[in-house]
Design a protein around this ligand. Structure first.
Ligand code: NAD
Ligand code: DAU
Length: 376
């Protein structure tokens, strides 16, 4: 039986991964370490926590004592690190926290794994590790910087991060690579494009647009709305991580993305059209509208006039696009959900799960929202 340490398991992708591996693998023990920052929500994994295979620990990945105590108590085989400060806009406001969590947290996990997994030394002095162990770093395509109108990121694209968030994720990747080279620690890095799907925190584009429509609010589009992101349904990302962890060759990096490039403005228009269509087809969905929405019976206000172009993000990367041919060729991974289907599934999920949204929008979130958008 494999023992997993999954960090950030109460966040968007981490929680989806927890659900995915619990369903996929019968025989495992899963330790979830999460500090429950504004982005972590125990409600997201409340049913999973009832599973006897799961143990939850609230704690910071930067804290050596907590991580040590987990490895002392459990024979961890796999560490999968999702825990991070993940929002680019917040990194522009408060870079230091990103450096602490994303860089020092990663190094702390690596160091502890190295210590507990070492069973000897070879003749050159390199550590020899317990059979079957692996550390997987969940990274991002943002480490490659920004593309022009053509081209794709491959694993060989030079690193060129441009925001404090992406610089911190790149630094973390370099520390992972250093542990791989210097100590021969078995590691993989996965670099994924923009995820979307259930449990996405409503500070990110897609869930924020859905939330604002339901509240009858304006829909803030940065700059001219022509920036391009390459969208991947979150479950497809979870499958890629599962494959890379179980079958990926130690030391390898895998890009993960599904050739689903979309301009921001087109996504926003699509969400407007789909929400209106779904509510027209099924009046039950109108229950998701908030009291501040202009009307429940007449849906004509759900139109492109809700869009407002606001001040651009500082250093806003123009375009991301992943070439996933390595993970497809070596591990047989392919995205299964087309954007046209995934976005409808996602919108339906939000319409049907407003309790979850209400739950995660705490007082702290309101303050953050005012600070970011109040004066625009
Ligand atoms: P998220 O912000 O939704 O969740 C992050 C989780 O980490 C939260 O549960 C939070 O409580 C926890 N956390 C934060 N700081 C912590 C700390 N110091 N110690 C312990 N737990 C801490 O993020 P997400 O969107 O689920 O992203 C997960 C990972 O995937 C991140 O590493 C991110 O860089 C990477 N990633 C995200 C995307 C995306 O589109 N969302 C794409 C590629 C890569
Ligand atoms: O590419 C992978 C990355 O995708 C991950 O590493 C990050 O953790 C994740 O947050 C995401 O970063 P982005 O900055 O691309 O995602 P976000 O949802 O914040 O923004 C998507 C695009 O939409 C981006 O071009 C900025 C724009 N945007 C965003 C918000 C929140 C708007 O136009 N208006 C908004 O209100």
């Amino acid at each position: 039986m494999k023992h997993y340490l999954v960090t950030g398991g109460a966040g968007f992708i981490g929680a989806n991964y927890v659900k995915y591996i619990l369903k996929k693998h019968g025989d495992l023990k899963l330790i979830i370490l999460d500090d429950l920052t504004y982005a972590g929500n125990l409600g997201t994994i409340k049913d999973d926590l009832k599973d006897p295979r799961v143990e939850f620990i609230k704690g910071n990945i930067v804290d050596p004592q907590i991580v040590n105590s987990i490895f002392e108590k459990h024979p961890i085989d796999f560490t999968v690190n999702f825990a991070a400060e993940s929002h680019v806009d917040r990194s522009i406001e408060n870079p230091q926290l990103f450096l602490q969590t994303n860089i020092l947290g990663t190094q702390n996990l690596l160091e502890t794994a190295k210590k507990f997994w070492t069973v000897g030394r070879d003749e050159k002095g390199y550590p020899i590790y317990r059979e079957g162990v692996k550390y997987l770093q969940v990274s991002t395509d943002e480490v490659y910087g920004s593309l022009g109108e053509t081209g794709f990121f491959t694993e060989k694209t030079p690193l060129d991060p441009r925001s404090p968030y992406s610089a911190s994720k790149t630094s973390a990747d370099l520390i992972v690579a250093a542990y791989s080279e210097t100590y021969k620690l078995p590691v993989n890095i996965t670099r994924c494009s923009n995820n979307y799907g259930p449990y996405h925190f409503p500070e990110k584009l897609i869930p924020l647009i859905i939330k604002n429509i339901l509240e009858g609010k304006k829909l803030p589009v940065y700059g001219d709305g022509l920036n391009v992101r390459d969208w991947l349904y979150v479950e497809d990302h979870c499958k890629a991580i599962d494959l890379a962890l179980l079958r990926g060759k130690a030391g390898e990096i895998y890009n993960v993305g599904g050739h689903n490039e979309m301009k921001n403005i087109d996504i926003v228009k699509l969400i407007i059209a789909e929400i209106r269509r779904l509510m027209a087809e099924n009046p039950e969905y109108r229950k998701a509208l908030k009291p501040s929405a202009p009307s429940v019976s007449d849906l004509s206000w759900i139109n492109n006039e809700l869009i407002t172009f606001v001040k651009d993000r500082l250093g806003h990367d123009q375009r991301y696009a992943i070439d996933p041919s390595k993970i497809t060729g070596e591990l047989g991974w392919r995205p299964e959900t087309k954007f046209a289907d995934g976005i409808v599934k996602t919108i339906r999920w939000y319409l049907e799960n407003q309790d979850w949204v209400d739950d995660v929008i705490s007082g702290g979130y309101q303050k953050y929202y005012e600070q970011m958008y109040g004066n625009r």
